[in-house]
Ligand binder design. Structure first.
Ligand SMILES: Nc1ncnc2c1ncn2[C@@H]1O[C@H](COP(=O)(O)OP(=O)(O)O)[C@@H](O)[C@H]1O
Ligand SMILES: [Mg+2]
Length: 320
């Protein structure tokens, strides 16, 4: 598959805590992955594991502490000189669609303005907007003269995906795009990513803490834990034959005959705040049912097992 985005050894250090207790945490810790053209790549993990920070660095909203991001053959640092073009090629959709639309403008005005800003199709803008809206299951008629508050959350999230598509991007970064949408509508919105990939050869970075939607739509998935990618590979392999003890815990191999229900639970394991970031060795060792001495002292290597990358001593040689 042709490469669109490459993230190499990306790290971000933040200083967190109160005045009396300040610590440096590596919110994104030496993360590497590639996204191919027309590929849906999912970043999954519990809240606080570093998904949004990774996305913000790719978008250029946050400066990496270390590492490199290469998009369409050019580093994001180079793209900074041509920010306008970069933001046409890479678009983002966020969790709350009501926050990403100006409440004082009608949705159609916002669309016309976006078309003008991107300097695309000033003639026939309405039919172009209608065409894009139809792709996401809406139409111009449905948004004409209406304010964001007059649409439902699901409709508005579809509209925000449509707005992101107006500039004909090659990469869409969707950060928890359905976590505020009614559960019954989530799948239909996530399925749009599959359609966009088919119809427009769009690549998507789908960020979520919900493994059920991730399972159905992703090609590849990376499971993050406290800033590290602990397991990464084809989604079927990672979620049904999980190798890392953390992924196994998330997926819990309870045989569930109804695949729709298999991962209904969202990822949530009690967060032990910042202590785990500061661990030497494997950050998961304190909660890992399979931890041994080496796990508490030595950072696990990244090992390829059946085409899946696993950051765990189980698959290393040094474990007793
Ligand atoms: N601007 C910031 N300043 C300090 N800490 C931050 C900042 N942004 C994120 N963090 C911390 O970095 C960690 C990762 O956050 P984030 O990337 O938002 O995780 P996720 O999106 O997976 O929930 C968290 O511990 C969070 O508190
Ligand atoms: Mg987030």
């Amino acid at each position: 598959m042709e490469k669109l985005l490459e993230v190499k050894n990306l790290s971000k250090v933040f200083t967190v805590g109160t005045l009396l207790f300040r610590v440096k945490i590596t919110a994104v810790d030496n993360v590497s992955f590639q996204v191919g053209k027309g590929e849906i790549f999912t970043l999954a993990g519990e809240s606080g594991c570093g998904k949004t920070t990774t996305a913000r660095m790719i978008l250029g909203f946050e400066e990496p502490t270390a590492g490199e991001i290469i998009f369409e053959g050019k580093s994001v640092r180079e793209w900074k000189k041509n920010r306008r073009d970069f933001l046409k090629r890479v678009q983002a959709v966020f969790q709350n669609p009501f926050e990403s639309f100006n409440p004082l403008l009608t949705v159609d005005d916002i669309f016309f303005e976006t078309v003008r800003n991107h300097k695309i199709r000033t003639k026939g803008a309405e039919s172009y907007i209608d065409e894009i809206l139809k792709i996401v299951g809406l139409s111009f008629e449905e948004i004409r003269g209406r304010y964001p508050s007059e649409l439902s959350g699901g409709q508005l999230q579809r509209a925000s995906i449509a707005r992101a598509l107006l500039s004909e991007p090659s990469l869409l970064i969707a950060d928890e795009p359905v976590s505020m949408v009614d559960a019954s509508l989530r799948m239909s919105i996530v399925n749009l990513f599959g359609e966009l990939k088919q119809k427009m050869n769009l690549s998507v970075i789908y960020i979520t803490h919900d493994l059920a939607t991730a399972y159905y739509v992703s090609d590849k998935i990376a499971i993050m834990f406290k800033g590290n990618v602990v397991e990464m590979g084809p989604v079927e392999e990672v979620l049904t034959r999980s190798k890392h003890p953390y992924t196994r815990l998330l997926c819990e191999s309870i045989p569930e005959p109804d695949p729709e229900k298999r991962w209904e639970r969202e990822i949530s394991i009690a967060d032990t705040e910042y202590a785990e970031y500061l661990r030497t060795g494997c950050k998961f060792a304190g909660r890992c049912p399979e931890a041994q001495e080496i796990c508490r002292t030595v950072v696990p290597p990244e090992i390829s097992v059946d085409g899946v990358l696993v950051k765990c001593h189980i698959y290393g040689e040094k474990r007793g």
